[in-house]
Ligand binder design. Structure first.
Ligand SMILES: Cc1cc2nc3c(=O)[nH]c(=O)nc-3n(C[C@H](O)[C@H](O)[C@H](O)COP(=O)(O)OP(=O)(O)OC[C@H]3O[C@@H](n4cnc5c(N)ncnc54)[C@H](O)[C@@H]3O)c2cc1C
Length: 420
């Protein structure tokens, strides 16, 4: 049986790994990048705290000695349901079963200027781009005598008060506190001004009230200006326009607000939900209106789980659990057995706010502070692919936390041009 999986994130990779060694099933994992990466730590790459290679790992290395797993580099162009094939930008593949696991991308809610000028944080490329932007801004700032330019380069606006927005705000504020004056003596006494803007009425929207209050308290203490009930409306000519009518002079708008599922051209229109463009699936993650196509993770919406009638949150654990169950169901199908429906087991949610401070919501409880921070570190090191990566990450963390001065603030810009 030929299974093609498009997307090697949490969902697609866990599905593929679960099928490793099952010689009845030949798996081809298609991904536009030749590596798997760990999005929850992207903000630490973006703030030069850890290296990109600490949180990414090549598929081909993972698939060594797993004889029924193949990696194929390519980006989906179209699904041809009549011929059971997919067209990618680098060739065509045929399948008996297709699994869509391409995740989600930033949603700019139709604001073209924001889309063109803001800095998203969804991929490794985005994180490196943001790191370069922040560091280049500082280099230009130290040379400028123009008050307006200085203001534009010192103000940083972060849109979205979910875990990513909170984590990146805390990290940039700490960079300002521990690193700025040491690396840039020219800026002595002047800190970046960080604005965290969210349209809702609390930070960490999906988390408990206690976590929300703790995040607000810690960030405010770090000097972050939190603006709740406020949305970004436009971003052009180094001005961020807010829904309150206020304008912030800044050339840095970090976009951590809202996602939309990646497009999968070729699926029947009735299988795409209006909200968030997510692919509608049944209790087995089978795509509505198809017989041999599944969708898992952030890209799909499943309303059959009784505890989640509006669909699951777009979280790593949902993607991992769906990937594993669909792998088991494909094995069942290959043996002519019936499939098992999906139900999500919530292990809890957490967010880091700053050094030594995190919040953890468990199904039956809440805790915060240093212990929560340690739990966060521990939980985030386990799923990092590869033993060497875990060891390198642990060392980098240890070094950076002890010294308050990681040495990764390098501006490395890839040369533009086409590789053949
Ligand atoms: C900055 C950030 C922080 C986060 N923090 C947390 C957290 O702390 N806790 C938590 O639970 N969740 C967190 N999330 C959400 C979590 O990362 C997602 O829920 C999870 O990654 C979804 O897994 P997925 O496999 O569905 O998609 P993804 O992990 O996004 O994987 C999609 C894969 O598809 C590939 N792909 C995309 N388009 C194509 C294409 N056209 N052709 C081929 N391949 C393609 C991509 O390269 C990628 O490998 C965070 C997300 C981000 C962006």
């Amino acid at each position: 049986m030929k299974v093609v999986v498009i997307g090697g994130g949490f969902a697609g990779l866990n599905l593929s790994k679960k099928l490793a060694g099952n010689i009845q099933i030949e798996v081809t994992l298609v991904d536009k990048n030749n590596y798997h990466f760990f999005p929850p730590l992207l903000y630490q790459v973006a703030t030069a705290f850890i290296e990109p290679s600490n949180i990414s790992y090549p598929f081909r290395r993972m698939f060594q000695h797993r004889h029924n797993l193949r990696y194929y580099m390519g980006s989906l162009v179209k699904i041809n349901m009549e011929t059971n094939t997919i067209a990618t930008d680098s060739g065509t593949l045929d399948y008996d079963y297709l699994v869509l696991a391409m995740g989600a991308e930033s949603n700019y809610f139709g604001m073209e200027n924001v889309k063109n000028n803001a800095l998203p944080m969804k991929t490794i490329d985005d994180a490196i781009n943001l790191r370069n932007h922040i560091l280049l801004n500082l280099e230009k700032l130290v040379k400028s005598n123009d008050p307006l330019e200085r203001e534009i380069r010192r103000n940083i606006v972060i849109a979205g008060g979910g875990p990513t927005g909170v984590e990146v705000s805390g990290m940039i504020a700490e960079m300002g506190k521990y690193i700025l004056e040491k690396d840039y003596p020219e800026l002595k006494g002047r800190r970046d001004t960080i604005f965290l803007v969210d349209a809702g009425h609390a930070l960490l929207g999906p988390m408990s009230g206690k976590s929300q209050q703790e995040a607000l308290k810690v960030l405010t203490r770090l000097g972050v200006q939190v603006k709740l009930g406020t949305a970004v409306k436009d971003f052009t000519n180094d001005k961020v326009l807010l829904s309150t009518g206020e304008t912030i002079n800044s050339n840095t708008l970090i976009w951590a607000s809202g996602v939309i599922a990646r497009e999968a051209p070729g699926l029947p229109p009735e299988s795409i939900a209006q909200r968030g463009r997510r692919i509608i699936v049944d209790e087995y993650n089978k795509v509505a209106g198809t017989s041999n196509i599944f969708a898992i993770g952030d890209q799909c919406v499943q309303t059959t789980d009784k505890n989640y009638p509006n669909g699951h949150p777009q979280l790593a654990q949902v993607a991992i659990q769906q990937g594993k169950l669909v792998a088991e169901n494909l094995t069942r199908l290959s043996k002519g057995e019936v499939m098992r429906p999906f139900s999500y087991y919530n292990k809890g949610t957490m967010a880091i706010i700053s050094k030594f401070k995190a919040v953890v919501d468990l199904p039956k409880g809440f805790f915060k502070g240093f212990i929560a921070w340690l739990v966060w570190l521990f939980i985030h090191i386990i799923p990092i692919a590869g033993f060497r990566n875990k060891a390198k990450l642990a060392f980098n963390w240890f070094w950076s936390f002890i010294t308050n001065d990681p040495t990764l603030r390098l501006i490395i810009r890839p040369r533009k041009g086409k590789n053949r």
